[in-house]
Ligand binder design. Structure first.
Ligand code: ADP
Ligand code: MG
Length: 730
């Protein structure tokens, strides 16, 4: 790109006006979920018997028969065609970023040379997408060549762009999961069973426990013209170079500031689209960094909430383009300013309406609350390395451990009030426990909880996993991640812990102990055992890192090594007991993780090499030769000592440019060689490690020197839009 082109795109971006949004005349409740085949539509379009059988299957999680599927498919097709849909697709979540779909038209030969609109039950419940092109970690080679997608009846079908989308799981013919949804459903099933078992100690009426997820999606917006002029953004989702803008977030004037009108129009449009799709978008605001924003919905059951997050990400990208923006989900698109996360607010609740992480009104309710909270702490403690692995990726690695996001160490923040209660229970005596039986509960703090918790406002932003009054907030999740990854590990780990807890309680009861005593005794053991995970201090501090290491928490920072946690015996066994993953699946999925890691760094390294050698070096050379010309001319005018003084400054710059360019060139050579060596490695883990250890380091040095050149070279000649241009929407 020539100089003038950069100025042209900057001008184009800065001149842009807000795109008016067609707002529906009706109130949101009139069009809310109008593109969703929800119960209301099912009721309208399905014969009564079919409707009832389907609802029964959904609520009791039983498979549906082929004849029921035929009935449902017929009604669903009529609804979709009435809504103007022309195609249908199985919508699934392969092990890449985002979702996959393959559209088929609703037409079949009618046998008379024409076509009929056709959508049989078998097409609804099961299909065979050509899945060999999706990552599978070798499962498809080792086992069966085919994979199939199958309808997830717990998540409703929806219409987007005239296509009926049917949420499905994606598995191999031998039953190994090739997606995120299958293990998520298995983990939710496990936590349902295990948590209901424990919840029944307190309320025998409980049949099911549901897992809830409320995500908060952070993202950046960049003007489309500027985005297109940055090959690094377009190809890798982040800027691989760019000197910090003189002004960025230091004045903290963006957070909760006025939303620019162009962005406001985009957000309004997005909100309307979300509501039509039944995504309960609620909160929107600016984030800390310039051009950074957040959208949060009302929380929903975890499986649906996750479908909605994935759907949101694709809808958001589309709506952004209508408003001449590109949305960046990358965890760290810009160096020097905050990155983006996706806090996962998570809770468990019974079908009788009890929020299991919310304190209650009586000591008994509070014993239940403490029971669940302590079991979560124990699970997170036992599996802290695994939970970190569940949120780790090549892109999130940039964010974790930087001074803005949770550190790459998992710990739990409880707040001082809960901490005090845990302390009291840990140190309580049998006499104290007796006070609970006497219904006062005061001596161990169980009576006072509701009053205390109301004001649980001290929010420690440095904690990766925080208790926030009635839920836990897993903050380490990356903005581009599929939440399922974190939700699978968390729900499975907690399920396993609760099942173990129940076994112990049942044994105590069988030995003649009273339930309350048994619970408190086991809770005391767990509180003691999992103490190391509890940390309310500053997670950014160096002291914490050292302390965490002393406590035996996982402090590994290298992403490819962090993935090893999935294959630790404790993880393999936990996933086997909960029925979430087999060892084969875990091994295959780790292959995919390492492969994805390698590919992401490989692409970045290639783009960086190209930009450095073909964009930056030539421009720096041109500018340098202008300076050389100038020096030569000045020397003809002024000779001797005076001449030297006059050109001294230019000579210095010329020399500095040369030094930066030579480091860049030699580091690019080093990076290319490192890549070649790494590519020759067959083992995916070793290859990813080689990329981490030998390709990433020179990339950082190259960037450093390019950013220095950006400060020296004539502004008019610099080819790439600068941070100050990318980051401030007018
Ligand atoms: P903050 O940014 O202060 O953490 P937000 O209001 O942005 O809070 O986001 C809170 C998120 O937590 C929302 O998505 C909300 O629906 C969700 N949430 C609230 N209560 C629960 C709960 N019991 N279980 C799961 N998610 C919840
Ligand atoms: Mg939050």
């Amino acid at each position: 790109m020539s100089t003038s082109l950069r100025f042209k795109v900057v001008e184009e971006a800065f001149d842009r006006k807000a795109i008016p949004v067609e707002t529906p005349a009706e109130r949101p409740d009139a069009y809310y979920a109008e593109n969703v085949f929800n119960r209301q539509q099912m009721f309208r379009y399905l014969p009564r018997k079919t409707y009832e059988a389907l609802i029964h299957a959904i609520e009791n999680r039983v498979p549906i028969s082929r004849s029921l599927a035929d009935g449902v498919a017929e009604g669903m097709k009529r609804w979709a065609i009435d809504k103007g849909a022309r195609h249908y697709t199985h919508w699934f979540h392969p092990l890449t970023d985002g979702t996959a779909e393959k559209h088929d038209a609703f037409v079949e030969h009618d046998g008379k040379g024409g076509v009929v609109e056709e959508f049989a039950g078998k097409l609804l419940v099961q299909q065979e997408p050509d899945a060999s092109s999706f990552p599978n970690g070798g499962i498809r080679n080792t086992f069966e060549a085919r994979g199939y997608s199958a309808w997830d009846i717990s998540s409703p079908a929806f219409i987007i762009d005239q296509t009926l989308c049917i949420p499905t799981i994606f598995i191999s013919y031998t039953g190994e999961s090739l997606d995120y949804k299958t293990p998520l459903l298995r983990a939710l099933n496990a936590v349902d069973k295990a948590a209901a078992g424990v919840a029944r100690y307190f309320d025998p009426e409980v049949k099911h426990v549901k897992s809830f997820l409320g995500w908060e999606q952070e993202y950046f917006l960049v003007d489309e013209a500027l985005y297109s002029a940055r090959p690094d953004l377009a190809l890798t989702g982040r800027t691989l170079m760019g000197h910090e803008s003189a002004k960025n977030q230091q004045l903290e004037d963006h957070y909760f500031g006025a939303i620019p009108s162009r962005v406001e129009a985009f957000m309004l449009d997005l909100e309307i689209q979300c509501h039509r799709l039944g995504i309960p978008a609620k909160t929107r605001h600016n984030e800390v960094a310039p051009n950074q924003f957040e959208l949060a919905p009302i929380y929903e059951e975890t499986n649906l909430a996750n479908d909605h997050n994935l759907l949101l990400m694709s809808v958001m990208s589309e709506v952004a383009r209508r408003h001449n923006f590109r949305v960046l989900f990358h965890e760290k698109p810009f160096a020097g300013i905050n990155g983006s996360g996706k806090h996962n607010n998570w809770s468990l609740g019974t079908d009788t309406g009890t929020q299991l992480f919310a304190p209650g009104k009586t000591p008994e309710d509070n014993l239940q609350f403490i029971t669940f909270v302590v079991n979560v702490m124990a699970a997170v403690h036992k599996h802290n390395a695994l939970l970190k692995a569940s949120i780790m990726s090549a892109t999130n690695a940039h964010r974790l451990g930087a001074n803005e996001a949770p550190p790459a160490i998992i710990s739990i923040f409880t707040g001082s009030q809960l901490a005090e209660i845990l302390d009291t229970i840990e140190n309580s005596t049998p006499e104290d426990m007796a006070s609970l039986s006497k219904k006062s509960g005061y001596s161990i703090g169980l009576a006072q909880i509701p009053e205390l918790m109301i004001d649980n406002t001290d929010r420690n932003r440095t904690s990766p996993f925080a208790f926030t009054g009635n839920r836990f907030e897993f903050r380490a999740v990356g903005s581009s991640a599929n939440c399922a990854s974190a939700m699978i590990a968390l729900n499975a780990a907690v399920a396993d812990q609760l099942a173990d807890f129940k076994t112990k309680i049942d044994a105590r009861i069988a030995a003649g102990e009273v339930l309350k005593d048994a619970l408190l005794a086991e809770l005391r053991v767990l509180i003691k055992e999992s103490k190391a995970i509890h940390f309310d201090g500053n997670g950014y501090s160096e002291e914490w890192r050292l302390e965490a290491e002393r406590r035996g928490l996982d402090c590994e920072t290298s992403a490819p090594k962090i993935f090893d946690a999935y294959l630790k015996e404790s993880s393999v066994e936990m996933f086997a007991r909960t029925g979430v993953f087999t060892r084969v699946e875990l091994e295959a999925r780790n292959e995919v993780k390492w492969e994805m890691y390698t590919k992401k760094i490989q692409i970045e390294a290639r783009v960086l090499g190209d930009l450095a050698i073909n964009h930056i070096i030539p421009v720096a050379t041109r500018y340098q030769s202008m300076l050389v010309d100038n020096v030569v001319k000045l020397k003809t005018l002024f000779s001797g000592e005076k001449g030297y003084r006059i050109v001294e400054h230019d000579l210095d710059t010329i020399e500095k440019i040369s030094r930066h360019m030579s480091v860049i060139k030699s580091k690019v050579d080093e990076m290319v060689q490192a890549r070649k060596d790494a590519n020759a490695i067959a083992d995916e883990r070793s290859k990813a490690l080689a990329y981490h250890d030998t390709v990433v380091p020179p990339m950082e040095v190259i960037r450093y020197h390019i950013d220095k050149l950006e400060l020296m070279v004539d502004n008019e000649m610099w080819p790439l839009p600068k941070y100050r241009e990318l980051l401030f929407i007018r």
